[in-house]
Design a protein around this ligand. Sequence first.
Ligand code: FAD
Length: 375
Amino acid sequence: MQVAIVGAGIAGLTLAVALKRAGISFVVYESSPRIKPVGAGIALANNAMQVYRHLGIADELNGKGTRISTVLLTDLNLQVLDQTSLVNFEEKYQLVNIAIHRSALHRVLLDTIGSEDIQLNKRLQQITQTTDGDYQLEFADGTRVNHPFIIGADGLRSQVRQLLFGDYALRDAHQVCWRGILPFDLPQKYEHVAVESWGKGKRMGFVKLADHQVYWYFLVDEDLHQPQHEVTSYVDECPLWVQQMIQQTPKEKIHFDKIYDLKPFEGWYKEKACLIGDAAHATTPNLGQGACQAIEDVYVISRLLEQYSLEEALKHFPLARQAKAHSIVRESWTLGKIAQWRNPLLVACRNTSFRLLPTWMKKRQMEKMFELNQI
Ligand SMILES: Cc1cc2nc3c(=O)[nH]c(=O)nc-3n(C[C@H](O)[C@H](O)[C@H](O)COP(=O)(O)OP(=O)(O)OC[C@H]3O[C@@H](n4cnc5c(N)ncnc54)[C@H](O)[C@@H]3O)c2cc1C
């Protein structure tokens, strides 16, 4: 097997689909005993869906998610600040943005790859280079394997990054986030809408994932959060039905995280080792682009493989990819700060300027995200 892919998240599994299509042998090593997607729902924007069309699985994903045709920005009481239609992007790319349960996305990826090339319970612990230039991977269970190529798709706290590329500190956004999923029927008008609602030092959003299934998230500035408090302590400014939706979510379906990203750094490749996805460019969730950018990494690698050997393709990958991935990380970081402003004057100015922002400007911003990375 040529390539060791470390991590069976969205980046690792999507890369496995692309390598399989390119006829390049690989093994995916995943630390968990089973593939367990965390975080309930995910929005797959137009750029991610273009990549999945390129890989031949967009139609299947469409059938398992819900079309998002509008992005609505509101205050916490759902009073509209701004509304962006995605219909012209749907027409331009002949594809829709979808919201989907993470486990449904993983299922489609796993079915496309097949289970024979995925090894579970393999927590990477150490990497050494052998005299013939291969990488020897050592796992927590004491087993060792050799591969000529290694791809670190092992997320925000990547072991591959730390062992081979250096110790890049995580950047703390000082925000905490709850994500939940539950059986719930949204009011009809939110059927194909991704809603994001901004308050003062807090923010929430929700979207329909499938029939009778809703995904919501709620962020609070860390200094406003008391560790003993549940998310339900912060929802009083939301309409009653939103409060009830959050209250009705079973506790085991609520995930709690602190928000971090990776300050942009260069050099995701060295000597047949490469980083992709969150391992290379983890971003805050404010643009809903973390996984979409991981998926776009795979697009760039797969296009480079049409022209180059695997080694050359991976060598060219960071240069082809870093400008767009890094600009998303930076914009998302800034947006996350603006979205949680608390000063009432600043909040009023922010809300007014969002109302007044010309449509062409907002569309151009989205176009930058949706247009696939040029090679
Ligand atoms: C609150 C929130 C909301 C989000 N919403 C969206 C959204 O709507 N749209 C979007 O595009 N993105 C979103 N994201 C971002 C998205 O979740 C991530 O960018 C994406 O999951 C990254 O995928 P990945 O495969 O690179 O890493 P991960 O999903 O972290 O996967 C890494 C995998 O590697 C495994 N692993 C880790 N260490 C080892 C090891 N030592 N050995 C072996 N295996 C290992 C892990 O178990 C895991 O399976 C959101 C993130 C957050 C926090």
